[in-house]
Design a protein around this ligand. Structure first.
Ligand SMILES: Cc1cc2nc3c(=O)[nH]c(=O)nc-3n(C[C@H](O)[C@H](O)[C@H](O)COP(=O)(O)OP(=O)(O)OC[C@H]3O[C@@H](n4cnc5c(N)ncnc54)[C@H](O)[C@@H]3O)c2cc1C
Length: 430
């Protein structure tokens, strides 16, 4: 049996970041990835955040296969065929220090894996880790699906994404609950560069993102998105699994509903679908985070439920947790203490970062949204109706128009109910 200091299960952003930081600290490190190569099994809307990535590979933007720097972030609230949008644009984001870039994971993860190899990491693709190996109670390595595929390690870092089979077997995660996981579907639609730049009002090379709420998910708890790549658009939509089941929709129904909206149709017009992808996205947040360590094991990224759906952040939480896990593993191995106590510093360090602090801030929000499904149904309709009246020129005096808007809103949702929603939302964020 070949022995390593650190074995990383999964070659996504969490696993590769963990491997890079462990290898840079002098550890003999291997990443085991079930896909043909890192990136081939991975799905993401596509926004990669600069700060977290640069902490793993400084100045990565000089070499990494990135699509476009994001200079505009737009939000859209859909109600039927109507849409209300709000956008923030900062052209300075097209230069260093960038805020974020769009990426295609198959290219980016492949590149990140090369950086790991350059740092001395061995990557074993096309191999599934089936379980941890134990000597008594002690974790001493992993069992893979290959013949004679046992590998020894002092520390195993679990970065297997949302499908947390190994973590579950190790008692470090529980089965995914249908109210704590979203199903997301995505298409990559080829479109010439100039068309993308015209449609999104961008200078050559610049990028934009749109997040869509309300009827983009037909009122289900979730969001949709459109991101600009160099010569394609990434369009996708994700909703909480139990709501999709209740509605008896397939993931494809979600995408077709989104693509049928006039605003979206126009953005996609003439495009050709190149890829269709689907994936799970952990949405349990802070309250669903599993125990992050035990003797010889650390849990990172999506496996640890580290996704901030409100801000569409996951890759940065994955990379930050992976980077810290790799460093903690190396320190623990060097100090000769890989006990649960020795590795508990990982939990403490992660809690001191934005990763856990942000999840803690939103700890009540998903539950609040889920127990109030009307929020994504009633309010988009009220808002669209109000905007329609506000922007329609008529012979109704403006003062009377405002009163009519208030009357319409309170007819659709009583004054008391609106105040109750505001109070509950405030309490959920407190
Ligand atoms: C549709 C969608 C849109 C998203 N959009 C964004 C976005 O725009 N920005 C953002 O920051 N985040 C986004 N996210 C979230 C982001 O993709 C994840 O948070 C991030 O990829 C988590 O990284 P990870 O390394 O933990 O897991 P993953 O990227 O899922 O990597 C896990 C890896 O482990 C491998 N693996 C699993 N089990 C085993 C095993 N037993 N043995 C060997 N290998 C195994 C898998 O093949 C995979 O390569 C999005 C997610 C989805 C689904």
């Amino acid at each position: 049996m070949e022995n390593f200091d650190v074995i990383v299960v999964g070659g996504g952003p969490a696993g590769l970041s963990a491997a890079i930081s462990a290898a840079k600290a002098g550890m003999k490190t291997v990443v085991i990835e079930r896909g043909d190569y890192p990136g081939t099994k991975n799905v993401m809307g596509g926004v990669l955040y600069t700060q977290a990535t640069a902490e793993v590979v400084p100045e990565f933007w000089k070499e990494a296969p990135l699509e476009r720097p994001v200079i505009e972030q737009r939000y859209g609230l859909l109600s039927g065929d109507e849409i209300i949008t709000a956008a923030y644009r900062d052209p300075a984001w097209s230069q260093e220090p960038y805020n974020a870039h769009t990426v295609l994971r198959v290219k980016f993860d492949g590149w990140l894996a090369k950086q790991a190899e350059n740092a001395g990491v061995m990557i074993i693709p096309e191999t599934v880790v089936e379980d941890l190996l134990y000597k008594g109670d002690l974790v001493v390595g992993v069992r893979t699906g290959r013949a004679e595929g046992d590998l020894g390690a002092k520390v195993v870092i679990l970065a297997e994404g949302a499908n947390n089979f190994v973590a579950r077997k190790a008692g470090l995660a529980s089965e995914l609950q249908s109210d704590k996981v979203a199903v997301a579907v995505k298409e990559i639609i080829a479109l010439p560069q100039e068309k993308i730049e015209d449609r999104f009002c961008l200078e050559p090379g610049q990028g934009a993102t749109i997040e869509l709420f309300g009827d983009s998910t037909d009122g289900m708890l979730g969001t949709a998105f459109i991101y600009t790549n160099q010569d394609s658009l990434s369009i996708g939509v994700g909703v909480i699994l139990n709501q999709l089941i209740e509605k008896k929709w397939t993931p494809n129904d979600l995408l077709e509903n989104l693509k049928s909206k006039p605003y979206i149709k126009r953005l996609l017009q003439g495009g050709e679908t190149k890829e269709y992808l689907a994936h799970l996205l952990p949405e349990g947040g802070y309250k669903a985070m599993p125990k992050l360590y035990r003797q010889g094991v650390l849990v990172t990224g999506d496996t640890a439920m580290l996704v901030n759906g409100i801000h569409r952040e996951g890759s940065n939480l994955a990379m930050t947790s992976g980077r810290i896990a790799g460093k903690v593993a190396a320190e623990a191995i060097k100090s000769g203490d890989i006990s649960a106590q020795g590795l508990s510093i990982y939990d403490k360090r992660l809690r001191d970062t934005f990763v856990v602090k942000d999840l803690h801030t939103y700890r009540n929000l998903t539950g609040f949204m889920e127990s109030n499904p009307h929020l994504l149904q009633v309010y988009p309709e009220i808002a669209a109706n109000a905007m329609h009246r506000f922007f329609t020129a008529s012979d109704t005096p403006k003062g009377e128009g405002f009163k009519n808007i208030a009357k319409m809103a309170f007819e659709k949702h009583s004054k008391g109910a609106i105040f109750k929603d505001i109070f509950r939302a405030w309490r959920a964020l407190k």
